[in-house]
Design a protein around this ligand. Structure first.
Ligand SMILES: Cc1cc2nc3c(=O)[nH]c(=O)nc-3n(C[C@H](O)[C@H](O)[C@H](O)COP(=O)(O)OP(=O)(O)OC[C@H]3O[C@@H](n4cnc5c(N)ncnc54)[C@H](O)[C@@H]3O)c2cc1C
Length: 450
């Protein structure tokens, strides 16, 4: 008998899993509560702008991204960001400063204190930490100093997690960074040694370049949907509940009593709903999984047909928490990807909220507009305020935070999966929060299911 696999959630994780299962010839059915697939990924063309409602771009941080692009063939056209994407800005005082990438920039930048710059010379010789639950902030303070924490690491984790270095645990949130210290004894020495290590052809595909797709990230979603087949995606599947049925199968019921039975079930729809959807999971285990917090975020796309602000030759700028401004950062999408704005114009993305300012996500649209106007005028050199496009998208569960609960959460997931063979708790609750991590997880899951 052919294995039947159900997948709850048709975001990037669910779609990638389904795409590869289908390729293996496995019978697969996705359930999606919304009236479209793609989850937080959605691209929109409007008035000469091409903007994203959710993520704007990804990092080729896992070889599975290129492998997926190759598998999809002509259905998608990968776009690698312009070389200016290597320039990142950080706000300090009353202006942007380039985040230094080399020695001279590192010595001259006003972002870091002189004493911390001197202290950095000793970083390769400092001994590795031995507290596996040390926070990112403590790790950076121990190895690098407070100004590096405030003006390099804090904006970096804002950009990835909309998070707080005092809450993120590097072992789970930034495993590559954590391993640099654990494996090589130092961030600086470890990065140099790692760069020199020979790479397999597969690993060479993880170039760490910034990517998107021609036509926007939504074109990846479209290609995955075509590869899976629309008939395998049940949209508008409301009020999903799962029960254990005969012979260890899973009965998925949805929308006015419809139901289907599966041998295996992959859950990718947001761990905060575990208790509600799976009443048979012990409450204490579900609670351990649901202990994970999410950063709330508002993503505002701003389009200008004629750009009259500062020169935008960079990926964008991030705003350290210590600067007490109301935006988390601003990305210059039209500088790094083609066709995002009319010639001479600009498309920017700015963000409000994050784990330390959750209240910002509940302010009204009018207040959002006022905040954005005030911040963009003062930070982007605009003397007048007349955007041709201003789109507000709110996310109550934007980015999961891998904090102190992570160990208990991952153990609980293992226990649930051991108690209920064939049930897989996946999605961004584990294995990373970026698009590349989601693609990798989808491929790995599909490989493991027979
Ligand atoms: C504002 C924002 C900016 C981001 N920026 C970046 C970035 O720059 N780079 C990067 O790599 N990543 C970024 N990310 C993260 C990246 O977008 C995600 O990792 C990825 O898209 C998540 O895919 P997913 O399938 O795991 O989850 P989702 O996209 O959330 O998909 C889950 C799906 O499940 C559905 N669902 C939910 N509940 C139910 C239910 N009860 N029943 C049925 N279906 C349900 C949802 O409707 C959704 O379609 C960003 C995310 C956000 C929100």
């Amino acid at each position: 008998m052919k294995t039947k696999v159900g997948i709850i959630g048709a975001g990037l994780t669910g779609l990638t899993t389904a795409y590869y299962l289908k390729k293996k010839g496995i019978d697969v059915q996705l359930f999606e509560k919304a009236d479209r697939a793609g989850g937080v990924i959605e691209s929109v063309q409007k008035d000469g702008f091409l903007y994203e409602k959710g993520p704007n771009s990804g990092v080729l941080g896992q070889p599975e991204v290129m492998a997926l692009v190759e598998d999809l063939g002509d259905a998608v056209k990968l776009e690698i960001a312009d070389a200016s994407a290597k320039f990142r800005w950080v706000w300090k005082g009353d202006r942007w400063h380039a985040l230094p990438s080399g020695l001279i920039g590192g010595v001259t930048t006003p972002l870091f204190k002189f004493s911390d710059k001197l202290r950095l010379l000793g970083e390769p010789f400092r001994k590795a930490g031995n507290n596996p639950n040390e926070t990112l902030a403590d790790l950076v303070l121990r190895r690098m100093g407070r100004s590096f924490l405030n003006y390099a690491v804090d904006p970096f984790v804002l950009g990835i997690y909309s998070g707080d270095p005092n809450q993120l645990i590097p072992r789970f949130a930034l495993p590559k960074l954590y391993n640099l210290e654990q494996k090589y004894g130092s961030f600086i020495g470890g990065s140099i040694k790692k760069a020199k290590e020979p790479k397999s052809d597969r690993d060479k595909k993880a170039t760490r370049e910034i990517f998107a797709f021609q036509g926007g990230l939504g074109s990846l979603i479209g290609a995955l949907i075509n590869g899976i087949g629309k008939e395998h995606i049940q949209l508008n599947a409301k009020d999903i509940k799962v029960e254990k049925s005969s012979y260890g199968k899973y009965l998925v019921s949805y929308t006015n009593g419809k139901s289907q039975e599966f041998d295996k079930l992959v859950f990718t729809a947001g761990a905060y709903q575990l208790k509600e959807i799976f009443p048979f999971i012990a409450e204490e285990l579900a609670e351990k999984v649901q202990a994970m917090q999410f950063a709330k975020v508002i993503h505002i796309s701003l389009g200008f047909k004629k750009w009259e602000g500062i020169d935008l030759k960079a990926f964008g700028g991030l705003v350290p928490f210590i600067e007490k401004r109301d935006v988390l950062g601003v990305l210059f999408m039209s500088s790094i990807f083609k066709g995002r704005a009319p010639e001479g114009g600009a498309l920017l993305s700015t963000f409000l909220g994050g784990i330390r300012r959750p209240e910002m996500v509940d302010i009204s649209d009018d207040e959002v507009k006022k905040v954005v106007e005030r911040e963009m005028k003062s930070m982007m050199g605009l003397t007048k305020w007349d955007p041709d496009l201003l789109v507000i998208n709110r996310y109550q569960h934007a980015i999961p935070q891998y904090g102190i609960e992570s160990e208990g959460k991952l153990k609980a997931i293992q226990e649930i999966e051991a108690q209920f063979p064939g049930l897989i708790i996946a999605g961004n609750v584990r294995d990373g929060i970026g698009m590349a991590d989601r693609i990798k997880q989808g491929k790995t899951l599909a490989d493991s299911i027979n």
